[in-house]
Ligand binder design. Sequence first.
Ligand code: HFR
Length: 534
Amino acid sequence: MERPRPSADNLYRLLMGPAAVTPDKPAVVEADESGVLHEISYRRLDLLTQEYAAVLDGLGLDVGDRVVVEADTSAAAVAMLLACSMLGLPFVTVSPQTPDTRLLSILRSVEPALHARADGLARRELVEADGSAHFGPGGLVVERPPARRVRRRRNVLATDTAYIVFTSGSTGRPKGVVMSHRAIVTFLRAMLEDGLAGPDDRVASTSPLQFDFALFGIGVALSSGATLVPVRREDLGSPRRMIGFLRDAEVSQVHGVPSLWRPVLRHDPDLLKELERLRSVVFAGEEFPIPELRRLQETLPGARVVNGYGATESMAASFTEVPNPLPAEQERLSIGHAHAGAEMTLVDHRGEVVTQPGRIGEIYLRSPALFTGYWNDPEATAAVLVPDPVEPRHGQKVLRTGDLARLGTGGDLSFVGRSDYQVQIRGNRVELGEVEGTLTRLPTVTAAAVTLVPRSGDHVLMAAVVLDRPGAHLDVGAALAFCARELPTYMVPRSIHTLPELPLTENGKVDRALLTQKLASPRGTSDVRHATNA
Ligand code: HFR
């Protein structure tokens, strides 16, 4: 049977649209191992995609058969994602630094037809994948072809799965978020309407490919005819190399989690002045600590900072420009209104829609870009794809985000925190984000994380803070006294530990589970100076 045909709403067709209009424009600019920049045009990227698709098609896979793609973001990796999209093969992205145990659990869950890894990556002998291959600028080389199978489908439809991204599993077992072509294409069309990036942008992507923030950068850059500029992992660790790369690649827009900026802000903020072409910084994933946000705005005069809020289950929900300068007393950031193609509604703990400004509720997201469901987990799916609280009778599901926000006077929202970060202390409800916000108002504190640590049968609030310079000092006693003045007693941390950096997850967010472990055994926290609020 001839090759499956992608219908209009297909990720490949959206992202390669510009190839027909500006074939010679650079689609991707990437550094090789010696740091030399190479441009791959839209025409070249499409040719590589077609080449990969021909080899994949020769394997006789069926629409819906999964392909695990193990790579960092690169032109070849993008071509692999597009080739899978063209043939209706859901891609499952994993990063080279994904531990074998996590990769095995993903392979066992999705049972891929093929595990394709970027050239140069070690072949992890994990028997779970049927076929194995490696890919690069020279082509897609199949090492072990997948078993022959019957092709039951010939059309790739909008409702077919484009990709499956596994959540970090911070709250429980990792879940596979299944996104259809219709969902991701609808979302990216809303980004085009909002003008997040334009054809003259050079968009730097800094997240690992297993994080949909990386897929967002690929989608936004290519669908707008812009140029995608992946930042190599080894360049992210050193402020000088990261800033040098962004400057030399003449990047105009940087996508990254807040922790991306912490090292340069702490060790060498003046480097940021070299980024004269930088017009916008889009952050997502968690709150940007206010003191760091202020420092970033001060040192990047020409750039607007955009607070991107949302969950993988809809890719993203809102993009809100951060006011510059940030008002003095502001502690929580606005997540504004949903982007052009969605709407956020707040529902209180009684299930009532919140209409009163100042009130807090859980964010429910109405959108055509919602995920299909969690892979092979109908119960978890039913828990978050729920009847519309405003009008349940029409049967259209909405996403229950698990995030809390406060309703503003103009219907805009300010982020409060995750509902599972609401903890009970001696019967009182504590919003960890509120304690963290108070701690970041202390002089020299640039970031803070508060966690509940089990202690002799009870739980105590403990705080970790990062100071704004390596040599800075925190007067912990004064800090605890400040908290006691600003917060109810039950919200004052039992102790405050100064750390050189906050532990991070693979996606670059604060790793609260690891932090709790570190704080539970003070010996684990190096350079610990703390007083107890006994
Ligand atoms: C998230 C979700 C991807 C691309 C998200 C672009 C954008 C957003 C995404 C990234 C993500 N302020 N808390 C914020 N898919 Br724009 O982090 N997805 S996730 O599924 O891994 O995590 C959760 O992270 C949300 O439910 C929130 O709790 C939190 N979060 N963005 C923000 C945020 C505060 N801007």
